[in-house]
Ligand binder design. Structure first.
Ligand SMILES: Nc1nc2c(ncn2[C@@H]2O[C@H](COP(=O)(O)OP(=O)(O)OP(=O)(O)O)[C@@H](O)[C@H]2O)c(=O)[nH]1
Ligand SMILES: [Mg+2]
Length: 367
């Protein structure tokens, strides 16, 4: 039997991993290949899993800790996909605050499962909104130096740095970004893309098809700084049942929640790493996102529908105390629903700071 091809796409929170994976999945399907997806988060109730499943893809998730700490779970979930209609390619999305993935995921996969998997080169998506400020070393880059450390380490282990959101970058920004990335990560191929429009994806697909000396950049990394940087983020996953007597516009509700939460976090001076909200009703669904405090909330997927009830999932990664984060989410979601004369019932809420990463395996030398 052919080895299964594993494609992992890295990148910071909100860099565009899910959007890119969905585009790549459609590409492989169009080429006649069977695909499977694995998502990952520190907790259950993932916007990404729901969004990708709603788009019709077979998705498994590892929830509760990152791939590096749940390595065997990752392998198990790929196995679950294989039990179904065996995929040719499995696309894997790690948590956006995770790094050291080559030493803890790519290398163990390549070494321990060499008969079963063929691991593709490891590209990392570059997020311009935070990335530009971090590479410029601007004070008040939105995150502390420890979070910026994680951002940089993610790029350092990449086989290629994929500058995303080309559709909205000015030519000056592209020049500056390429210069800064080239300066700090010399010799690493740079691929400019837009996961939204598909620009540059031919080159990304070509990279992913290459075989050879990839996935070998073992980081020199300080786990204390890494753990502290991750723990600066408040993490919240919530599921809310929204019910109203009269039909309401689901997309507008999701956008309003995102915009009002942006205001609440601003007031508390909590930089947003990624806020995403999905609303699902029957077969229709919409997703709203906010990728940094100074960007605009956007509807990335539209439900185009009026509904009287929906299940809404909120995933917020914000530099705030988790208790304050939870309070703001409960308050704002309830208020936005009330304006629509809808009732918001919180079915589950988890808010916490990510714990210290304790990888199952860590290779100190590339095999
Ligand atoms: N304009 C533009 N927006 C993009 C592009 N790629 C992604 N986005 C938007 O950026 C937001 C975040 O994208 P995601 O794909 O969810 O990012 P992610 O890296 O999976 O985020 P996490 O899973 O939370 O780490 C969404 O609103 C996307 O629509 C792009 O190329 N151009
Ligand atoms: Mg994602």
């Amino acid at each position: 039997m052919n080895r299964l091809r594993l494609v992992m796409i890295g990148g910071f929170l909100g860099a565009g991993k899910t959007t890119a994976i969905s585009r790549l999945a459609r590409h492989y399907l169009e080429r006649g290949q069977k695909i499977g997806l694995v998502t990952n988060d520190q907790a259950a109730d993932l916007v990404d899993t729901n969004s990708l499943r709603a788009q019709g893809f077979p998705v498994e998730e590892v929830a509760g800790a990152c791939f590096c700490c749940r390595f065997d779970d990752l392998v198990g979930k790929v196995g679950r996909l294989e039990e179904g209609d065996r995929p040719d390619v499995v696309l894997v999305e790690p948590v956006g605050s995770c790094t050291d993935l080559v030493a803890t995921v790519v290398q163990p996969l390549r070494d321990l499962y060499r008969e079963r998997f063929e691991v593709a080169p490891y590209p990392v998506l570059f997020k311009p909104s935070h990335g530009l400020r971090i590479l410029r070393n601007e004070p008040g880059s939105g995150f502390s130096p420890k979070a910026a450390y994680i951002f940089r380490k993610q790029l350092e282990e990449a086989d290629a740095i994929v500058i995303n959101r080309m559709d909205e970058l000015t030519p000056d920004m592209v020049i500056e970004l390429s210069r800064l990335v080239g300066r700090d990560f010399a010799g690493v191929p740079i691929l400019p893309v837009s996961a939204k429009t598909g620009l540059g994806f031919d080159a990304l697909i070509e990279l992913l098809e290459q075989r050879g000396n990839f996935g070998r950049k073992i980081l020199d990394i300080d786990y204390d700084i890494y753990a502290e940087g991750e723990a600066e983020l408040g993490w919240l996953n919530a599921t809310v049942k929204v019910r109203a007597a009269k039909p309401f516009d689901l997309d507008s509700l999701l956008l309003k929640m995102t915009a009002d939460l942006q205001e609440s976090f601003d007031r508390l001076d909590g930089e947003v790493a990624h806020l995403k909200v999905i609303g699902i009703h029957g077969g229709s669904f919409g997703v709203a996102n906010l990728v940094s405090s100074d960007s605009e909330p956007e509807l990335s997927l539209s439900s185009r529908g009026k509904v009287t009830e929906a299940e809404v999932i909120v995933n917020a990664r914000v530099a705030l105390d988790p208790a304050a984060l939870e309070q703001e989410v409960r308050k704002t979601v309830t208020k936005v629903c009330a304006v629509q004369q809808a009732n918001a019932e919180f079915l589950s809420v988890q808010s916490f700071r990510p714990g210290r990463p304790q990888p199952t395996y860590r290779y100190v030398m590339a095999k």
